[in-house]
Design a protein around this ligand. Structure first.
Ligand code: FAD
Length: 480
């Protein structure tokens, strides 16, 4: 015997919280929706774990960061779920799923059946053991994916104040943890194999700004090498790490941030997988039409790039969840998911945002010593990605909008000189990617020349309507 629901969300992270809110907005009835999560708490804003949660003064603690506060929406506390008749099955791992029979089996032995399943299982942190390094079970070696990890990190951090930390990995988690540890007055050394930090996104020029900033806060960088083994004391705690370059770093605390792996294993052999995730269409529907997937685990078509991508960012989790619920509840009204990839980070007093794709040629702009600077990425003659550090709300909105319009760009040097003004101009006088000139008179930056006068005239009419739509749509998408 078991329970039956119309809708089941498997996973209780960011996407689950935003999906639940959307289900209530689309009229789900009490008793129809259930969320099953391995975590013992209601969905929360995971990015808080490497930022506010680790602060030495007034750190963020639940219930202050339950979803959906990250999008300036309601805070969905357990009381909220109860009031809406949504069943929260917490602290419960689902150990198998039969998508043909529409049933899940939990680790406690309960069978839960559904009509529609929304997979929101996210991802797990990769372990050092998967790279042949043993010992990451030691109590002072920390990963950071969930609340339990974050509590563990805080405990170890508090037990080694003014001590030495080695952070393994120069990506998102490594960079944010290194900053938080430094703020907690811990001596941090960041170790990674690449030539600079955030290698998947940053150019060398962008990276050098952040590395210098971190160094000014006392963080040391050891690049081009990896951890090969640990040294333990008699109690089994790690006391040093050995690196491939032969050096050894003393450590009271080790934080490991070496990437994630989407949680797809329950569905292997049952659903189509792609790019390491569960493949979905523009409605977030998997190869089984009663099953949808969202967030980190979903590989979805990104219209802007014309290809399937799997993104590991909170904005994508929020918006894909909302879109899937709309597709489930109002299938006739909902279209294809049209998403502009966006991610951000906040460390120390710094804050950056990135939109689009970092392919093609990077064009840097702004004053890299002033704290407000950025880069555009130009591929096949069009702007496809924008990065900005230290921007205002208006400036971030402008780069987002400019990127979503994919304007043609010919003169990269001129683009670099115009810098933010380019995005601001495009966003104030939005132009579609049509064969017309943009801001020729003021800047001399010729994007593309009109072919014929009549063509240009027709383009203006079309441009006005597309631009109007793009502007409206851009505003809608930016409201979170
Ligand atoms: P998750 O939020 O990971 O939720 C998955 C849920 O599924 C978890 O509750 C998990 O326990 C549950 N689950 C999995 N398998 C099972 C199972 N078999 N049975 C039951 N439950 C299961 N992104 C940004 O854009 N900017 C940031 O600054 C940023 N900072 C971050 C900081 C940290 C520390 C972390 C870990 C991530 C950060 N991210 C950031 C990424 C962002 O948090 C993720 O993209 C987002 O959480 C993905 O949401 P999700 O719902 O797909 O998965």
């Amino acid at each position: 015997m078991g329970r039956a629901f119309v809708y089941v969300i498997l996973g209780g992270g960011v996407a689950a919280g935003y999906a639940a809110l959307e289900f209530t907005r689309k009229g789900v009835s009490p008793g129809e929706l259930c969320i099953i999560s391995e975590e013992p708490v209601a969905p929360y804003e995971r990015p808080a774990l490497s930022k506010g949660f680790l602060l030495p003064e007034s750190p963020a603690r639940l219930p202050s960061f339950h979803t959906c506060v990250g999008a300036n929406e309601k805070s969905l506390t357990p009381k909220w779920y109860k009031e809406h008749g949504i069943e929260l099955v917490l602290g419960t791992r689902v150990k198998s799923v039969d998508v043909r029979r529409k049933k899940l089996l939990t680790a406690t032995g309960e069978t839960i059946s559904y009509k529609i399943l929304l997979i929101a299982t996210g991802a797990r942190a990769l372990k050092l053991e998967e790279f042949g390094v043993d010992g990451s079970e030691a109590e002072n070696v920390c990963y950071l994916r969930d609340l339990a990890d974050a509590n563990g990190l805080v405990n170890v951090m508090q037990s080694c104040s003014s001590g030495k930390a080695v952070v393994i990995g120069g990506g998102y988690i490594g960079m944010e943890c290194a900053a938080s540890l430094a703020i907690n007055k811990i001596n941090v050394t960041l170790v990674f194999p690449e030539v600079h930090c955030m290698a998947r996104l940053f150019t060398p020029k962008i990276a050098s700004y952040y590395e210098e900033y971190y160094q000014s806060k006392g963080v040391k960088f050891v690049k081009g090498t990896v951890l090969t083994s640990f040294e333990f004391d008699s109690s089994g705690k790690v006391m040093a790490v050995n690196l491939r370059d032969g050096s050894q770093l003393p450590a009271d605390l080790v934080v490991v941030g070496i990437g994630i792996r989407p949680n797809t294993s329950l569905f292997e052999g049952q659903l189509t997988l792609e790019k390491g995730g569960i493949k979905v269409n523009g409605k977030m529907q998997t190869s089984n039409n009663s099953v949808y997937a969202v967030g980190d685990v979903a590989a979805f078509p990104v219209k802007l790039f014309g290809e399937t991508r799997r993104l590991e960012h909170v904005d994508s989790a929020r918006k894909s969840a909302k879109h899937a619920v709309a597709a489930i509840m109002e299938p006739k009204k909902s279209g294809e998911f049209d998403y502009l990839p966006f991610f951000y980070s906040r460390v120390f007093g710094l804050s950056w945002q990135f939109y689009g794709d970092n392919v093609g040629e990077a064009v840097h702009f702004g004053d890299y010593s002033s704290g407000t600077f950025g880069a555009y990425w130009i591929s096949k003659g069009h702007l496809v990605g924008s990065f900005l550090e230290g921007g205002t709300k208006e400036e971030y909105e402008a780069i987002a909008k400019a990127t979503s319009l994919k304007p043609p760009v010919e003169d990269l040097a001129e683009l670099g000189q115009q810098g933010l003004n380019f995005a601001l101009t495009i966003s104030k006088k939005p132009q579609p990617a049509l064969p017309i000139e943009v801001s020729r008179s003021t800047s001399g930056l010729v994007l593309e020349k009109p072919v014929y006068a009549w063509h240009a005239a027709a383009g203006v009419v079309l441009a006005a309507s597309i631009a109007g739509f793009a502007y409206w749509y851009g505003r809608r998408r930016r409201r979170w």
